[in-house]
Write a protein of this length. Structure first.
Length: 261
């Protein structure tokens, strides 16, 4: 039902975030369409969060659907039937975890800041603490996000990961500019700057998919119980919203999970 992020002659889009540019009525209608597609009932409560790149995980109940404003957190867990937990993304990584034995689910929003703060690992820990979930019973899905091919970061991000994870450096790749002109005429781009002070050369990219997979493994999940779903949000604008790819003018996707009645 959203028109603000697509071309004039294109069909409407499924923006699921209450952004400044889009009409609230359109977003609400989109959320009903999503609930209908998943549960068969457009009135199924779909509970989102006020995300702020933290590692805060809250326990959600049906009563949270009646709140005037969403709770501030970046993850939520529940054992209640008939509600959908949601996290919104437009480059960050959504992580969904389910305990089919005890019927418990969790949804976590993992940008690089949340990943450094171990939100996926903390989320699994909260499921164990609150509901008695055992890691060997858990399955997880890591959804589409800005992947290592496109996610350029600064040295300060590398430092953050290296300070928190023994394998921190392994999550980073040096990626060279694919500019065809630069590759064909490299002499045109030489500078007299001292080594390390020129913008020319490889950029540092982080693999948040692998970072969150490693956290789930550290939390006790089996490798075969973790599935990566979807591609790179920046590479595929025809499928996904990308905050970086659109320079901030974009909608939001949702990753959702619930327990059938």
């Amino acid at each position: 039902m959203s028109r603000v992020y697509c071309a004039e002659d294109a069909p409407g889009e499924l923006n699921l975030g209450f952004t400044a540019e889009d009409a609230c009525e359109a977003v609400a209608a989109n959320r009903r369409l999503l609930a209908q597609a998943i549960t068969g009932d457009s009135s199924t409560p779909l509970i989102a969060l006020k995300q702020f790149h933290s590692n805060l995980v809250v326990r959600t109940t049906a009563a949270d659907a009646l709140r005037e404003r969403p709770r501030r957190a970046d993850g939520q867990i529940t054992s209640e039937l008939g509600i959908l937990l949601a996290v919104q993304t437009a480059d960050c990584i959504p992580v969904i975890v389910a305990d089919r034995k005890r019927r418990v689910v969790g949804a976590f929003h993992a940008g690089w800041r949340g990943t450094v703060k171990r939100i996926a690992e903390i989320g699994v820990g909260r499921m164990r603490l609150e509901f008695g979930s055992q890691p060997e019973d858990l399955i997880a899905a890591i959804g589409p996000g800005n992947r290592v091919c496109c996610y350029a970061v600064g040295e300060e991000v590398l430092s953050e990961f290296e300070s928190q994870f023994r394998y921190g450096r392994e999550l980073f790749r040096e990626v060279y500019d694919a500019d065809v002109v630069r590759q064909k005429y490299p002499m045109l781009f030489l500078t007299q700057r001292a080594p390390g002070h020129s913008p020319i050369g490889p950029s540092l990219h982080v693999d948040l998919i692998e970072a969150n997979r490693r956290q789930l493994l550290d939390a006790g999940l089996k490798p075969e119980s973790i599935e990566v779903v979807g591609g790179c949000t920046q590479c595929h604008p025809q499928y996904f919203y990308s905050h970086r790819g659109s320079r901030g003018h974009t909608g939001r996707m949702m990753a959702v999970v619930g327990i059938r009645s």
